[in-house]
Design a binder for this molecule. Sequence first.
Ligand SMILES: C[S@@+](CC[C@H](N)C(=O)[O-])C[C@H]1O[C@@H](n2cnc3c(N)ncnc32)[C@H](O)[C@@H]1O
Length: 254
Amino acid sequence: MICEGASVLLVDEAGKKFVVRAAKRMLEVGGLGVIDGAVLCTSSFGDELTVGQRRLLLLKPSVRDLLGIIERKAQIIIPKDSFLVPMSLDLSSGSKVLEGGVGSGAMTIVLLRAIAPGGRVVSYDYRKDHSEVARKNIGLSELQGCWELRLEDICTAHLEKDFDAAMIDIPNPWDAIENIKTALRVGGHLCCYVPNMNQLESLVRKMRDARFAEVHSFETIQREMIVHNGGVRPSFDMLGHTGYLTFGRKMSKL
Ligand SMILES: C[S@@+](CC[C@H](N)C(=O)[O-])C[C@H]1O[C@@H](n2cnc3c(N)ncnc32)[C@H](O)[C@@H]1O
């Protein structure tokens, strides 16, 4: 049975997706209309619900579903890039992660999925409007219990120590490097995401100056394949550019 408060993905016959938090009242679902929450809360994942002329499959949303649906107040890191981060930062259940620039909370959801249960993501953002959208989006992941938000500048904030990893998506990550280094444990991993090459140069120079080890940068290029019987080719609509991921590791106490 679907519990009150659970996030529910509704998928129509054309594959269009909607998300709603279950509650026993009439629920307004953007782009879909009003659904009867009392009926939703007596259904189970895998059941179907009829709304007007539409038949909707009820599913638990995957991380990819959520990232495709959430409100975007600030530009998000898309799955092509964000899904590479948790393994590269060596995250697992119980890890403690520092995040700079929560934005819409898309990256935060990916980090939370990697460290739950038992871990923590501590996110810094100085914009209240962005953080409020992030809070709503992260609520849909049902992982908000592992998340702490600080409304402060990550470059100057007094940070806790012994983070296992840090993930930074702010326009000037080089200004945060020294502060983040004090917060990472020895052996801890850092990832920074920047969209422009001039930012990448400033960032890598600063990471080397701060004696981060194993510093390397890359961009991921993904080509969708269009598969027809007897005809397989890459899509003509390739996403040309998103951003560059840079990784490094703190390998000394200082
Ligand atoms: C591009 S958004 C992050 C998007 C996020 N990674 C996601 O996937 O949804 C950048 C965010 O960094 C925040 N920001 C910029 N500089 C910051 C700083 N020095 N300290 C804290 N937050 C900062 C901005 O307010 C903005 O919300």
